[in-house]
Each structure stands twice: as C-alpha cells, then as structure tokens.
Design a protein around this ligand. Structure first.
Ligand code: ADE
Length: 298
C-alpha cells in the first residue's frame, strides 16, 4: 500500500524555507557531535502545521539518534517508562503548553539536571536525552521552563515562493502532476502553513485518481479556501469585525465568534500578512480588501 511517509523531509536539504533556523541548528548539532556531547534542549515555537514535528525529526536524524514524540499532556508514568528504557535520543514534547503549571514545574529538573523527581521520592535519570519542546502558545509555558531550553530558534513566515516549492515537493512525493503555476496558486492558498499545502495536494491527487484534470479553482473550492488562503473562519472573522464597525477588541471578537483567543490570533496571522487587518491602539481594524473578504460571506 502507498504510504505518505515520504512526504516528510528527513534531511535539511529537503526541508524548504527556515534557512536561519536550519543554519543555527546545524551549528549546534555539528558542535555537539564534534564535542561528543549531548545536544542542548530546544524549544520550537510556531503556528499549528508550520513544520515543528518535521523539524524535530530532522534534528534527531542529523544528530544520529532515535526520535520519539509525545503529545502533551501525558501521564508521568509514560515518560518514566520511556526514560527507564532509553539513555540516548531526541524526545519531542509536543504542545508543551498544555501541561499544567505543576507538571511544567516537575519537568524543570529534567531539563536542568537530567532527572525526573517522582512523588514517591524516586529519581529517574534521563541520560543523554535531548528534549525538544514544541508549542503554538509560548506565553503559556512557565518562565523557568521556557528559560531552561537553551536553544530557541524562531520559525520565520514561509514566503509564497517557498510554499510553492513545498507544494511541488509534496506533489512529487505523491506522484501527482503539478505545474509551477498551479503550485504557486496552491502554495499561496496554503497561507504559509505546510499542513494546509498537504490537504490541497491530497485533493489534487485524489481528483487526479478519479480521472479529473488539474483544476486549481476546483481544488480550492472543494477545500473551502480562497486564493489568499482564507478559510470560512477568516471570512467570518472579517464579517464580525465589519459588523462591529470595522474596529474591535480581541475579547469582543472572541465572544461574538465563539472562538478562543489563541484561535483568533492564529486567524489574524494570515489576515495581517495579507494586509486586510491591522492592530491599532483602539483594537483590531479591518483595512483594504478586508471589507470585501467580509462581503464574500454573504
Ligand atoms: N513538510 C512540512 N514542512 C515542510 C517544509 N518546510 N519543507 C518541505 N516539506 C515540508
């Protein structure tokens, strides 16, 4: 059966974009290898679907150790079992901000001194394990834990050209025809998020499998996204903001849209990038084409 595993790049050269982060991480990894030392703990921060897990896998691969990932929160005994069985490797603690404050505090000794202190007084040593924390909401990571990650390279926004190349690479991996022009449109419609690109490429593949030709308008329509990468939630956001007179605070928008603030902040990322929204002292303001994005709902 065909699998989609080859969609994820496993080497730096195949990972498109994030040149600064890749260079910085390579320096740390190569230095650790030359010093025969453990790689310092790393915190990856970026929007959902931006490629944090893929990046973590490449880090483990280029450092030459096994990779394991857990989506937080997990029970302490899961981590204890892992630590007792392993003394070398990279472990990804994904969504680390979802741990309670108490759980985050219990991880401090793990990062600082290489052991986990259990409630019964036992210590579980973590050997030469490197911890990669990943989060979409760094403000929810307690300061002492945040500080204990020695390496915190920021994710940059992907340009539309990088997104086009990501689409081309994914299409090739799933053996689907893709022109540069189509990849450009689908890349832009991915709104700077590789995971969105994957959904669009899968739709292209599935339509092709069903015998249809490559038609980007149809792909976008079926995936309910427009050429700017705006989804229904983006359009609803603009509509609600338009209804409040075009300027409003986050609290009010969150109440009207019935969406949590972090979700709104993620929607705003693309609205700001596309210059249909701006932050002002009096609140979020709809600008330029933002008014027509709101109308597209009607
Ligand atoms: N898949 C997920 N993120 C990617 C990236 N930045 N480059 C290539 N493929 C990816």
């Amino acid at each position: 059966m065909e699998t989609t595993d080859n969609l994820r790049p496993i080497e730096w050269d195949d990972y498109i974009g994030q040149a600064t982060m890749k260079e910085r991480l390579s320096i740390h990894i190569n230095s650790a290898l030359l010093r025969d030392a453990a790689l310092d703990h790393i915190l990856l921060t970026g929007p959902p679907g931006c490629g944090k897990t893929t990046m973590a896998q490449i880090i483990a691969n280029s450092y030459g150790v096994d990779f394991t990932s857990f989506i937080m929160p997990i029970k302490e005994k899961v981590l204890v079992t892992y630590l007792r069985l392993t003394d070398q490797g990279v472990i990804l603690l994904d969504e680390i901000h979802r741990l309670s404050t108490k759980q985050q505090e219990s991880y401090l000794s793990l990062l600082e001194d290489g052991y986990l202190q259990l409630d019964n007084g036992d210590r579980v040593e973590s050997g030469n394990i490197t911890i990669i924390g990943a989060t979409t909401e760094p403000e929810k990571v307690i300061a002492p834990l945040y500080d204990r990650f020695a390496i915190k390279p920021p994710f940059d926004e992907y340009s539309d050209a990088e997104m086009r190349d990501i689409v081309l690479r994914m299409a090739e991996a799933v053996e689907t025809d893709m022109t540069d022009e189509a990849a450009h449109v689908l890349g832009r419609a991915s709104g700077g998020i590789p995971r969105n690109a994957k959904s669009l490429v899968f739709m292209a593949r599935d339509l092709e499998t069903m015998g249809y030709g490559l038609d980007v308008a149809e792909i976008l329509q079926k995936c309910r996204v427009d050429e700017d990468g705006f989804s229904e939630d983006h359009r609803r956001y603009c509509q609600v903001l338009a209804e409040t007179g075009g300027i409003s605070g986050l609290e009010i928008l969150s109440a009207h849209l019935r969406l949590p603030k972090p979700t709104l902040i993620e929607l705003e990322r693309l609205l700001l990038k596309r210059e249909v929204l701006q932050y002002t002292k009096s609140g979020r303001e709809l600008i330029g084409r933002g008014w027509s994005v709101a109308k597209a709902m009607e």
